[in-house]
Design a protein around this ligand. Structure first.
Ligand code: SAH
Ligand code: MG
Length: 206
């Protein structure tokens, strides 16, 4: 991966350990010339830098989707709340300005398209993707809704990545692990694992 982008990614606010980000980059780079990459959960753009680096290398594109109002666990009083991301004029969380700055700093404005909206609504109007990375809401309903909306969009031979998959309940919430199990049950094939990142391949005949 481009060392400048690797260095920048590590400075961006967010939830992507560097070793997992590099695994995300490698997986995306395998398929970025075959079709668009999609990310659910842009936040401040940390993982988008790893994915965008892969897209930029082959003239591909990343659509990164977020409503930018934060997941349930990011609201005031919750574990992952960051008061710096609250828009004082609305009192609501808004990570879009930081995402935009990240993409500009990374020189990825021509490669990464920020889609601002609800992921399931976007999915309804979206065609196929060579790569889908699910890292949006981690509650039961949002995680399963993202899986149901986006897993059929992965083109045969393409890759599905899921973040925060914790087989041991002591390490974290269940829903990302549950949707990883669903993907295996639906015929996806294990492709890579790094930390809590899981990458699966959609078989060519499914
Ligand atoms: N990938 C990021 C972290 C994402 S955090 C990183 O590397 O740091 C999860 C994000 O999902 C939050 O920014 C939240 O706003 C977004 N999100 C949650 N539910 C969503 C939904 N239904 N539609 C769009 N975005 C959603
Ligand atoms: Mg995550």
């Amino acid at each position: 991966m481009n060392p400048e982008l690797a260095a920048l990614a590590q400075q961006v606010k967010g939830f992507m350990p560097h070793d997992e980000g590099l695994a995300l980059y490698r997986a995306a780079a395998e398929v970025a010339s075959l079709g668009p990459l999609v990310e659910i959960g842009s936040y401040c753009g940390k993982s988008a830098v790893y994915l965008g680096a892969a897209a930029a290398e082959c003239g591909g594109v990343l659509f990164t989707i977020d409503h930018h109002h934060g997941s349930e666990e990011m609201q005031a009083g919750w574990e992952h709340h960051d008061a710096e991301l609250v828009d004082p004029s609305t009192g609501r969380m808004d990570s879009l300005p930081v995402l935009r700055r990240t993409l500009t700093d990374a020189g990825l404005d021509g490669t990464v398209v920020a889609v601002v909206g609800d992921s399931v609504t976007v999915a309804r109007h979206f065609g196929g993707a060579a790569f889908v990375f699910i890292d949006g809401g981690h509650g039961h309903a949002p995680a399963h809704a993202d899986y149901e909306a986006w897993s059929p969009k992965v083109t045969p031979g393409g890759l599905l990545a899921i973040h925060d998959v914790f087989p041991d309940p002591a390490d974290g919430g269940r829903p990302p692990y549950e949707i990883w199990l669903r993907a295996l049950d639906d015929g996806y094939i294990e492709h890579d694992a790094q930390g809590s990142l899981r990458v699966l391949r959609r078989s060519l005949d499914g």
